[in-house]
Every structure is written in C-alpha cells, then in structure tokens.
Design a protein around this ligand. Structure first.
Ligand code: F6R
Length: 612
C-alpha cells in the first residue's frame, strides 16, 4: 500500500520519479504527488485518482528542472482520496516535504498534542503528524531530528523527506515497511520495491528497521537505530529482469494468466533438476536440511487472500504425504488468537509480495515462539523473505495485476513439491513416488497451455453472464479452495457478488440462494468425490440453477448435467487445483473487461497490503 520513489543525481528528477511511480502504481492509485527542490524552494504537485492525472497536472503546470525529489502513490487509509490527503505533505512555510507508507498508530494522540500547541493540520492523514514532529523537535539536521522522533512514533512506516535547507539529500527511514536504496553512478534512488529500481541499477541496499539514511548523489550514510554508522551492505541483484510491459495484451491480468505455462515452468525449474537417469529430482538446497524439519509435530500454513487459498490446498498435500496435522490460518486471525506454537511447529507463510502486514506479524509471532519458519514468496529481498528462517521463491516474475493469478499457481507448485519432498525426507513417501509425482508435475505447464485454449469459449460465456448479479462457485476436496479463489477473483475485478462454497455444504444453507438468476460454476473433475459432486449438481439443477461445470476432458456424461462445460486435461487428482483455477481466472477477467472496469487496478484495492 502506497509507493515511494525518490531521486537525487544529475538527471531530470521529475521524469525519473514519475517513471518510478508508474512502476509502483500497483501499490495504490487513489492519488499521487511529487515534491522537488529547485533554487532552494520546494515545488509540489498532487493529483487525485490515477497517476495519469499527475502526469497531466505536471504537463499543465510544469515543475522547474531539478535533480532531487520524492514522489508517492497513495492507497488511502486515513482520510478520503482527496488532494489535501495526497502526499507529499509539507509544512506551512514549505521547508520540508514528507512521503509516508504505513500507519502511524498513535496519530490521534499526536494530532491532539500538536493541535493544542496551535499546529494547523491540512490533511486528515496519520502521516501529516510527521511534519510537526520534525518541526517541534528539530535539532541539527533532518537525520538527527528523525533519530530523536522515531521512538515517539508507534506503528509502521517507510518515510522519505526532503528539506530546502539540505537541498542535496533525501533522508529516509523504515520500520516494518520496505524501503530500498538504489545506488547509481552520481545518482541514488529510494523505492518501495526492487522492480522500480532495476532499470536504473542492480546495486541495492535493503534498509533495516530503524535505519536512518542520508542520501546524496555521491554519498550514502546509514545509521542504525542506536545512531551508530553502518557499513553499507550493498547487494548486487543478478537475476534476469524483463522490462515491465503489457506487450500486446490489453491488461497485465490477462498477460499474467497467459504467462502461467512459463511462470509455472520457471518455478518448477528453480526447484528441480534431471539426474543422470533422466529422473526429475529436487534441488536440495532450495528446501531445507534434515535437521530443520526434525521432530516437527504440527504444521501451520498462514497467509491472506489468494495466498491463503493456496495454503488451504496445501493442507491436503501435507496431510496426505507427511501425515503431519496441518492447520491453515488467515494471518489476521492467527496473530490475534492463541495458536499452539513451539520449537516443534513448522510455520509456513505464503505471500506473493512478501510485504503483507498481517502475514509479517504472523511470521514474527512464529519466530518469537521459536517455531521453524519458512516463507514462500515471490519478491527477493522482501520483508517476509528477510524475517523467515528459510525462504523458497516462486520465481513467477513480477505480478503487476492487482488480482493475483500467476503467483497462485506458482505457490501451488512450491507447496506441492515442499510437501512431497518433506514426506520423502521423513520416509512417508518412497523415492519412486517422489519421482512419479515430479514427472507428473513437469507436465503441468503444457496442461495449463491446454486449459488456456478455452479462452474463446470462456470469453463467450462471459458475454452471456455479464449482467448477472450473483455467482456461486462450488468445489469439493482439493477444489473447494479453488471455488473460494474463483469467487474472490470475480468479486475483486468485476465487483459482482460471488460466493465460494464446499459443494457438499450447500444443502446446509447456501442452496436457498439458488434460482435461475444465480449461475453456478461447479468444479466437477474426475476425482474421488466425482460421484458425490454429480449428485450435488442434480440437486442444484432441480432447483433451476444454470450450471457451468469445469470437468475432465472426455467426460461426455457431464454434458447432460450442465448447461455449459469447460474441459481441463486429465491429471492426477492431487494436482487438479493448478488446472481448475485457470478457467475461473479467465472468466473473472473477461467479465470485468466486458464491463469496462480497470481490471489491473480494481477499486479500493492495492497489490501489497502493508497495513493491518
Ligand atoms: C487477490 C489478491 C489478494 C492477495 C493478498 C495477499 O487477488 O491478490 O487476496 O493474495 O492480499 O497478498 P500477498 O500474497 O502479497 O501476501
């Protein structure tokens, strides 16, 4: 939530910051703003709505040429998406400008304190309290002042500051929210994520909680939370980075759906290799050593949203392969109840972004309780990858569409191989079983390709069902979480109400919803609950439902039971969720696209949920 980008160097800061914000816009798009210093004066431009409005604003009211500035793209938490609430925030004399990502939890108390002292707040944001905090406590430069005020701030933050009296540097700090410094030649950057930096530099410093950095074009000084100067820990990012582009696709979401044969293949390739007998094996160093999983008595899988649904599917795999009881929990629930955690508990957190606040809190709780912690994550260097004792990357490439698609299928690949390899390590799965399943997994990318061939048919279905107000998604067994995910995807991009339900559970209440106005998408593949699913379909058909089934290829009988059938290729039933989810993604995309919504940036959402 919220993206921060800053530049100091020899080039046109405005262009570079706008470009940085473009790459960070997925983090929030309620409003955007930029502050620069030119000839000793602060210049500010802010616009509500998407970044495009800021571009237009700056075109109409150009900023003077400058080499330093900070920018922000906002996902509103405190205060509506009005211009006055957009960042950067400035003081009345226009001496300092700040951008903030996170939540200042004691902002009410601080606002009251400063209001009583006569400070006039312009915005409704929590962030603006940073301004009087700096002004009231100013001592020998912004960095020193920041060192003094940070203990007074409760909550999470990434903060960037420029000051017209220190007009050649950006001062920044962070706690529980990412902020990365990019090091260039005679130029330096700050950014909320790596990707916005990689087109400029591969030399990065990942700020740690409590660090305060002073960044000029040729110098970076970082002090830790005790005020001690740190040696610069520069990481050189080697991995391949493709320019962020929609190529010929209309939206990132559809591009990312179609990328899945490759993203899944990449994820598999990162985890496995072929041995001399041409068998597919696990790369040991990707997972963990025997010691790490010794004596584990229970497993928790914790995540939010789509990642949580991937976790729900993994429960079947962990319990099936390892016989270890596995609990899957929503991170925001897990952190506030009293989970039974100790050094014999394995806690797996799943997060595409690696920055989800609730998941980070759950991970920290597990670390505090001495659990073995593993993160499954897509972003190298993200907070979750830093806090977890072990991280396995999904390697599906940056996901820009706010609705998660390719990350989900890659998470499933990692979780499946994780469970399988774990079971092999503790002798609940034989080598031959391991190899057979890995072989089957290696065929998945081609099968996803086949699923994508339903594209035109699903587009036609979308046209038919465009104006329905409610949808029901049903699935049993491993495909129950896919039903939940299918409903979530439709809701978030098309704003149509959809509910996911366990097929066998609907007769306990949800069946009351069924009539001809509620299309029902039923996952009815040939697995061990197929016959039960067919009976459930009969029950809903008898009540007038329009039934769209997702079925196994060559299952011709199901045609008699459904109004429409979407076929997926045959695959071992344990692997079906990686395929059955594809039609649900396509349906959600096409409905939203036909309704002319901004599919990549659905209202009220943001890609990285860095607040509770
Ligand atoms: C839905 C979606 C969200 C995320 C959730 C967790 O399409 O994208 O539900 O899955 O916010 O995000 P990560 O995986 O980044 O922790």
């Amino acid at each position: 939530m919220c993206g921060i980008f800053g530049y100091v160097g020899n080039k046109n800061a405005v262009d570079i910051i706008l470009n940085g914000l473009t790459n960070l816009e997925y983090r929030g798009y309620d409003s955007a703003g930029i502050a620069t210093i030119s000839d000793g004066s602060l210049q500010i431009r802010k616009s509500i709505g998407k970044l495009n409005n800021l571009y237009k604003n700056i075109k109409k009211y150009p900023l003077s040429y400058t080499n330093i500035g900070i920018g922000h793209t906002r996902w509103a938490t405190h205060g509506k998406p009005y211009k006055k609430n957009a960042h950067p925030h400035v003081d009345s004399k226009k001496n300092i400008a700040i951008v903030h990502n996170g939540i200042i939890e004691n902002n009410v108390e601080l606002r009251k304190e400063f209001a009583e002292k006569g400070y006039h707040f312009v915005s409704e944001t929590d962030s603006e309290v940073i301004i009087p905090l700096i002004k009231e406590n100013y001592r020998d430069g912004i960095a020193n002042t920041l060192e003094y005020i940070l203990p007074l701030i409760k909550g999470s933050y990434a903060i960037g500051i420029i000051c017209r009296f220190e007009d050649s540097k950006i001062v920044c700090t962070k706690k529980d929210i990412p902020l990365i410094i990019g090091i260039g030649e005679n130029e330096n950057f700050i950014s909320s994520d790596i990707y916005a930096l990689l087109m400029y530099t591969r030399n990065l410093i990942f700020l740690e909680d409590g660090d305060i950095a002073e960044i000029s074009k040729n110098k970076i000084l970082i002090k830790d939370s005790n005020g001690i100067e740190k040696k610069l820990n520069i990481k050189n990012i080697k991995w391949k980075f493709n320019k962020i582009s929609k190529t010929n696709y209309k939206h990132f979401m559809i591009k990312e759906i179609f990328e899945q044969p490759f993203s899944v293949l990449n994820t598999i390739t990162n985890i496995t290799y072929k041995n001399t007998k041409n068998e597919i094996c696990i790369k040991e160093k990707i997972f963990f050593n025997q010691e790490f999983i010794k004596n584990i008595k229970n497993i928790y899988v914790v995540a939010c949203g789509t990642s949580y649904y991937a976790g729900l599917i993994s429960k079947f795999w962990f319990e099936h392969f390892t016989n270890i009881p596995t609990i899957v929990d929503i991170a925001s629930e897990f952190r506030y109840r009293e989970p039974i955690l100790n050094n014999k508990t394995l806690v797996i957190v799943i997060s595409q972004s690696g920055e989800t606040a609730d998941t980070i809190a759950a991970l920290k709780l597990a670390n505090d309780k001495n659990c073995k912690t593993v993160a499954i994550c897509n972003v190298v260097g993200s907070s979750i990858s830093i806090y977890a004792k072990h991280t396995i990357y999904t390697c599906c490439g940056i996901e820009i569409g706010v609705a998660s698609t390719k990350a989900f299928t890659s998470q499933l690949v990692v979780l499946f191989t994780f469970a399988l390899n774990y079971a092999y390590k503790i002798d609940t799965v034989k080598y031959s079983t391991l190899v057979t399943f890995l072989k089957e997994l290696s065929e998945i990318p081609l099968k996803i390709k086949q699923c994508l061939k339903n594209n035109n048919f699903i587009k036609k279905l979308a046209k038919k069902f465009l104006y329905y107000k409610n949808f029901l998604f049903l699935g049993r067994y491993l495909n129950y979480p896919v039903a939940l995910e299918g409903a979530l995807k439709l809701k978030e991009v098309s704003y149509i109400h959809a509910e996911g339900c366990a097929t066998g559970e609907i007769k306990h209440g949800t069946i009351a919803l069924i009539d001809k106005n509620v299309p029902v998408i039923v996952i009815a593949i040939k697995d061990k609950v197929y016959k039960k699913t067919i009976s459930n379909i009969e029950e809903i058909k008898a009540r007038g439902a329009i039934v769209i089934t997702i079925a196994t290829e060559c299952d011709y009988e199901i045609k008699n039971k459904s109004d429409y059938v979407i076929y997926i290729p045959k695959v071992n039933e344990l692997l079906t969720p990686i395929l059955t989810v594809i039609p649900t993604q396509l349906l959600a995309y096409y409905i939203a696209n036909l309704l002319k919504y901004d599919v990549d940036k659905p209202r009220n959402l943001a890609k990285a949920v860095t607040v509770e």
